[in-house]
Design a protein around this ligand. Structure first.
Ligand SMILES: [Zn+2]
Length: 706
């Protein structure tokens, strides 16, 4: 299975380290320790982390094992996931009485205009691995199992509804083939495609299906609504299915799109990738005790990612005629994504809300880790849409199903707007009253009108963790209690707590008592001390995993569920040795500013190793006619675009694409040695020791154990 990932529907993370590979390359090149096997090895992917890791925020949840077998109500399943406890069953049953499940409007809307779907939707990567197989989710039907919150189950059922749908005359959508939607608008000369999905593989399949069902038309225009990977990553597959020349295609995007799409969160990629694997549950079985949904869509596909440079950038609220269709754009950058627009099609009276609004509470903070989003900007952007979209008869978006009718659209927009504003205002009120993030999360209560609105419920973001995001935005990590200013790290305090509490056995007995009373947050906290004091304590690990099982089963948020269950999975099976196939990212890395590689390199310098070291290196991109001077001093690596420094210790002359190939490991050594696109001048030994100062983060680390 290919694991890795890179994207998030929240943000794109692209992180790169060049150091490991380059280090290896130079050593081999110069010391004749060439081992072609490293590069030609069929196990190449396993070696890639040594070279580079790239990731993007849409963690691509690779398909987990299918576990549709009947679950015993009393025994763990084959992965160790325990049955729902009586407390979990009770809490989940109670949900049935708290929400208006009798309201089936979303199901009506999600099915409205259905044209056709593929009887079997299976998409494979170039190596034959399955990227997405919708039959994995056949078990999501009927009543909610004990081990799934009924509200999340409802969302999972809605996200199971897939195929090609007619939204209105001239507007169609592919839904459920990917995490995101692809919208197809009839232009004068061809299809206007809005958001070509996450991967080339899913996008190709989607457009082929559209052309088969509706009759072939060339693609005249591609519209990227925003800078998150699940809305542009599939463009290469779209071009393949389009069959017409890319030169004839207009590519429309909001201002700042390329910068945001290629750069966002580049530096913290390894950590985000690992964390995203928790958030999207990509290791979990697809089953009633595993992954059931992503909240925002079914799941994140993992395949080939691509990008295309816009030919038409929209920088302000303005009207454009695109292939004969009038688009009224609204810039909403800084709300859900750093670069984003929505648009209104007056002739069809249809409003595309992109991802500014969706059929869930979204994330002010995303659990994979990212900078927090501005709830006020977000809310104001929706408020502006309420004014400008008064005539809209149809809403459609980048995720989920449309809304028909002016009144319904207005109500939807108002509740989305007020959801973010309420969380903001109440969190600020409480932080000004001195409440800490944990206390605010515990206290915040959504107004009944919003709480009973399914589209404002926390299937993706939650009020609890979004409230903490508001605190973070204003006050940062410190809660002002001196005890939290410089506390002992967990691995030290855990051992002391366990000793103080009478030893591991005594703690486990108490944790078991808490577990038996259904106090899973408390049993987890107690057991976390034991596990961090002794990672080999299997009894503590299993009881902690069982506590996480129940917390996951109770969660309404798909990411919360996946986070808890991924923690349980890791406690039982160990941390995954995840690797990313960077070749899948080449098209995007080629568009990533070179600057970003060097910023990433600077953040890999192993400080203490570099104490007292000084080094100057020219990296000369021969095809770009750009030279970067890298200077190491005070254990800080700085770079600048400048002419070659004649006094540099070494110079690496290299072609940009070869540099990317080296980074992602697709170029073989023999190829490189024979290439005219690379040469080294100056101190080769110095170059080797320079690269040895750089860390090689693999993005593989423990989370639930020390
Ligand atoms: Zn998205």
């Amino acid at each position: 299975m290919i694991n890795g990932l890179l994207t998030s529907c929240d943000t794109v993370v692209v992180f790169i380290t060049t150091n490991g590979y380059m280090n290896m390359f130079i050593k081999k090149n110069l010391t004749t320790l060439i081992q072609n096997t490293i590069y030609n090895n069929s196990n190449l992917k396993k070696r890639l982390p040594l070279a580079v890791i790239a990731s993007a925020s849409l963690l691509l949840a690779a398909c987990g094992p299918n576990a549709n077998e009947t679950l015993s109500s009393t025994k763990p399943d084959q992965y160790g996931f325990t049955p729902a406890s009586e407390y979990t069953v009770e809490l989940n049953n109670a949900v049935l009485g708290q929400l208006p499940f009798e309201n089936k409007q979303d199901f009506t809307d999600a099915n409205r205009g259905f044209i056709a779907t593929l009887p079997e939707f299976v998409v494979k990567y170039s190596d034959g691995e399955t990227i997405m197989d919708l039959s994995d989710y056949d078990f999501v039907n009927g009543q909610a199992p004990d081990s799934v919150n009924p509200s999340l189950w409802r969302q999972a059922k809605l996200n199971n509804i897939n195929g090609l749908f007619k939204v209105t005359a001239g507007i169609y959508q592919i839904r459920g083939f990917d995490l995101a939607n692809m919208t197809v608008i009839e232009g004068k000369t061809g299809w206007i495609i809005v958001d070509p999905l996450t991967t080339a593989e899913t996008a190709k399949k989607a457009l082929d299906f559209v052309n088969k069902q509706l009759g072939y038309r060339p693609v005249s225009t591609i519209v990227f609504t925003h800078s998150h990977m699940d809305h542009f990553g599939g463009v290469a597959g779209l071009l393949e299915a389009a069959g017409n020349d890319v030169a004839d295609i207009e590519v429309v995007a909001p201002g700042g799109f390329m910068e945001a799409a290629t750069n966002e969160n580049i530096i913290a990629g390894p950590a985000m990738t690992k964390r995203a694997s928790y958030m999207y549950g990509n290791l979990l079985p697809r089953s009633a005790r595993g992954h059931v949904d992503a909240g925002l869509g079914k799941a994140v596909p993992f395949g080939t990612f691509s990008i295309l440079t816009p030919t038409l950038t929209v920088n302000s609220d303005e009207t454009k005629i695109i292939d004969g269709v009038e688009f009224e754009f609204q810039i909403v950058s800084g709300s859900e994504a750093p670069s984003e627009f929505t648009f209104y099609l007056p002739k069809m009276k249809a409003y595309c809300g992109a991802e500014m609004v969706s059929k869930t509470m979204h994330n002010l903070y995303t659990l994979r880790g990212a900078q927090v989003r501005d709830a006020v900007v977000w809310s104001k952007s929706i408020d502006a849409a309420i004014e400008t979209q008064k005539d809209a008869e149809i809403y459609f978006g980048s995720h989920h199903w449309p809304v028909w009718g002016q009144e319904n659209i207005n109500e939807f927009l108002v509740t989305q707007r007020d959801t973010y504003q309420y969380i903001h205002d109440q969190s600020v009120r409480m932080l000004n009253a001195g409440l800490t993030p944990k206390e605010i999360a515990e206290e915040i209560e959504m107004p009944p009108e919003l709480a009973k609105t399914f589209s404002s419920r926390g299937y993706y973001g939650t009020a609890k963790h979004n409230a903490k995001a508001v605190y973070q935005a204003y006050l940062g990590w410190y809660d002002a209690n001196p005890v939290n200013l410089d506390p002992l790290p967990e691995y030290e305090s855990a051992a002391k707590y366990v000793k103080l509490m009478g030893g591991a056995k005594a703690v486990i007995i108490n944790a078991q008592a808490a577990y038996d009373k259904g106090e899973y947050r408390w049993s987890a906290e107690l057991l976390n001390h034991v596990v961090f004091a002794d990672a080999d304590n299997d009894a503590a690990k299993e009881l902690l995993a069982s506590s996480y099982d129940q917390l996951g089963y109770q969660a309404e948020s798909a990411p919360w569920r996946d986070v808890y269950l991924s923690g349980a999975y890791e406690l039982r099976h160990g941390a995954a040795d995840k690797v990313i196939d960077l070749a899948s990212m080449k098209a995007i890395l080629l568009q990533t500013p070179v600057d970003k590689f060097f910023e990433s390199m600077a953040a890999r310098v192993i400080g203490p190793d570099a104490f007292g070291e000084e080094f100057t290196l020219n990296i000369n991109f021969t095809d770009l006619e750009q030279n970067y001077v890298l200077t190491l001093n005070n254990a800080v690596l700085r770079h600048k675009l400048a002419p070659k420094d004649a006094a540099a210790n070494a110079t690496l002359n290299i072609n940009h694409e070869l540099f990317i190939d080296l980074v992602i490991g697709v170029a073989g050594v023999s190829e490189v040695l024979l290439s005219d696109d690379l040469s080294i001048e100056g101190s080769t030994l110095g170059l080797i020791s320079f690269f040895s100062l750089l860390d090689q983060p693999e993005g593989v680390f423990n989370i639930v154990t020390p």
